[in-house]
Write a protein that binds this ligand. Structure first.
Ligand code: NI
Length: 193
């Protein structure tokens, strides 16, 4: 078990295009994935991409807890090697995101609502999933890390970028009750990934 150091925004490895993996079953890949899972669980995070642990390779790990999934159903621990994403339509959804590489911060990020993704698993087999909502958001966030993109680069309203702790304080104080959608979701639990 190894907990790896997480790179923060500004580190060059987070800004580059990561390299593809040629053999998913190589021992070095298996070891890196095991260490990434340990690091994600320790953080704790919902997901983690290899560039976040200073390794410029196209590997993502994530899991969605039941309470964060659609209809109370999460996604078990998933390893994506060389993932590819295809949006299924033009519909976008804006939701709050946090990132282990911008600790303590959160912002509202538009993402495709429905996507199909394809990746190689640790067993070397290619698999494909059609997903939506939070699952789709997590995968888009993580795969962006493989292309040097951090969530603030996807934001359309930077006034919603801030420290999660301050946001939850102002939500408690009622500063956010002018939101037009009437959705008074508290910001106290921002998932970092
Ligand atoms: Ni992230």
């Amino acid at each position: 078990m190894a907990i790896l150091k997480i790179a923060r925004m500004g580190h060059p490895t987070l800004m580059r295009i990561a390299d593809p993996i040629s053999d998913a079953r190589a021992p070095a890949v298996q070891q890196l994935v095991a260490d990434m899972i340990d690091t994600m669980v320790d953080a704790p995070g919902i997901g983690l991409a290899a560039p976040q642990v200073h390794v410029p390779l196209r590997i993502v790990v994530f899991r969605v807890p039941d309470e964060r999934g659609e209809d109370g159903e999460g996604v078990p621990l998933t390893v994506l090697i060389n993932p590819e994403i295809e949006p299924l339509d033009d519909e976008m959804e804006t939701g709050i995101e946090g990132c282990l590489s911008l600790p303590g911060m959160a912002g509202m990020v538009p993402r495709h609502t429905r996507i199909r993704y394809r990746a190689t698993g640790l067993d070397g087999e290619v698999f494909e999933r059609t997903v939506e909502g939070y699952h789709a958001r997590v995968v888009q966030h993580e795969c962006d890390h493989l292309d040097g993109i951090l969530y603030p680069m996807r934001m359309t309203d930077l006034s919603t970028l801030g420290y999660a702790e301050e946001m939850s304080k102002s939500a408690e104080a009622g500063y956010n009750d002018d939101e037009d959608d009437g959705d008074s979701e508290p910001h106290e639990a921002i998932d970092e990934q």
